[in-house]
Write a protein that binds this ligand. Structure first.
Ligand SMILES: Nc1ncnc2c1ncn2[C@@H]1O[C@H](COP(=O)(O)OP(=O)(O)OP(=O)(O)O)[C@@H](O)[C@H]1O
Ligand SMILES: [Mg+2]
Length: 416
């Protein structure tokens, strides 16, 4: 190969055709390049033919680029070797696609066998979001007269009820949960948080008192200026609210709840100067900041979740109906349907006879549902190779867990 001089690490990853492998490296480090070279190595070493390799990328553009590059590299590598001519001709049979196209192809291929009609259009993400947003707006308008107090907790800085409901709804589906399952899980999680946050609250009040006493010493530092002036100055007037919360003597009114949430949103831990306030105080403050929003009573949690999931149930019905009327599926439906189909024993058997290698580029952007699809196909006879850069994950911004990447990485290590 002409200019490409792989580094030792790249070489090791490209040559790892017999073992599962996970590669993490920064932007532009040559991850995609390695993935493409690895495909070629697999074919050159007769481990598999191109059509037995599935490569998943994140966007259509990336898929097209990968196809072009693979063909180009295959040509460079194979065209002057007669015995490889037939193989070269097959380079375009390598299944390089986005996860969405991969799911579509599974559905098109097997749906009829399973007596399902594949007569639908797939909405692109903007279109489905529009339809979902419309469903949410309709439901909220219909509920307008009802008391929405329980949603007060969400009224923090960047609050946008429609947007947040849409992302909650889609997150639940991307995790592959039903609304009932999600409600159950959230309920447990919130109740745990309520328990744990009473201790955190004690520490928090304590730490804020200490920080308040220190505030004169810290005033000179510009780094801490915002924290001092805004957060600590307002501590005395908010302290009572936190005591009330801790003592649980009276029910916290929605306006007090809102005041607490607003006060907490003033906290920007990045501005707290460790040297001046001491590590312990900062830890307590940041930890308290994470859990305190959950701290309302257990009754509060129940009514919040009941209200929230009532809305989500209504939204779900409306949205499903709108899609049905229009004969459309969104990306998540597509993946759920593909997963359901892949899980059928006959289908799985057929697919596993065809697939020897699965490679995933930009793995950090693979959501839970997509990982389940990949996991479903990652049988003993299939080799998995994932590459990605956890730092570039779009899911960080959506608040989902990049931990999933790490989880698969660990499994790969475990399975060799
Ligand atoms: N060892 C190398 N020698 C020379 N060029 C290289 C080497 N490794 C990668 N490159 C080149 O660097 C560029 C970036 O590589 P590539 O797209 O594979 O990076 P990436 O890690 O996938 O980036 P991203 O994080 O943006 O997906 C490409 O043009 C590739 O050909
Ligand atoms: Mg890349």
């Amino acid at each position: 190969m002409s200019k490409f001089n792989p580094t030792d690490e790249q070489r090791q990853a490209m040559d790892s055709v017999n073992t599962h492998a996970a590669v993490t490296a920064g932007a532009g480090a040559g991850k995609t390049k390695v993935l493409i070279s690895r495909i070629l190595n697999i074919v050159l070493e007769n481990k598999a033919d191109f059509h037995e390799i599935v490569a998943i990328t994140f966007t259509e553009k990336a898929a097209t680029e990968m196809k072009v590059k693979l063909r180009r590299e295959a040509r460079e590598e194979m065209s002057n070797r007669l015995e490889l001519r037939d193989k070269l001709a097959e380079a375009s049979l390598c299944h390089i696609s986005t996860i969405h196209s991969f799911c579509s192809s599974i559905i098109r291929r097997f749906a009829l066998d399973l007596h399902q009609t594949p007569d639908y259009q797939v909405l692109v993400e903007d279109e489905s979001l529009l339809l979902l947003t419309r469903s949410i707006e309709e439901i909220l308008t219909e509920l307008e007269d009802e008391n929405l107090d329980y949603l007060i907790r969400f009224q923090a800085d960047n609050f946008n009820l429609v947007r947040d409901l849409a992302s909650t709804y889609n997150n639940i589906r991307e995790f592959g949960y039903s609304l009932d399952e999600a409600k159950e899980l959230t309920h447990r999680r919130f109740l745990d948080a309520v328990d744990c946050s009473y201790t955190a609250l004690e520490n928090y009040i304590d730490s804020m008192d200490k920080a308040f006493d220190l505030k004169e010493d810290a005033r000179g530092s510009s780094k801490t200026a915002k924290f001092i002036t805004v957060v600590l100055e307002k501590w005395p007037e908010n302290r009572d609210l936190f005591l009330k919360l801790r003592d649980k003597k009276e029910k916290i009114s929605p306006s007090d709840q809102l005041a607490i949430v607003e006060y907490l949103s003033l906290l920007d831990n990045g501005t707290i100067n460790e040297r001046l306030f001491g590590k312990k105080i900062i830890e307590d403050v940041s930890f308290g900041n994470d859990v305190i929003p959950f701290i309302f009573t257990k009754d509060d949690v129940s009514s919040l979740l009941r209200g929230l999931y009532e809305i989500l149930d209504l939204v779900d019905k409306r949205y499903q109906n709108l899609k049905k009327e229009r004969h459309v599926l969104d990306f998540i439906d597509l993946q759920l349907k593909a997963l359901e189909i892949i899980r059928q024993e006959d289908v799985k058997k057929e697919l596993l006879e065809e697939i020897k290698y699965i490679m995933v580029d930009e793995y950090q952007d693979t959501n839970y549902l997509q990982q389940r699809i990949i996991d479903e196909l990652w049988s003993d006879s299939v080799n998995l190779f994932i590459v990605g850069d956890p730092k570039q994950s779009i899911y960080r911004f959506r608040g989902a867990e990049v931990a999933l990447f790490e989880k698969t990485k660990k499994e790969i290590v475990a399975r060799g």
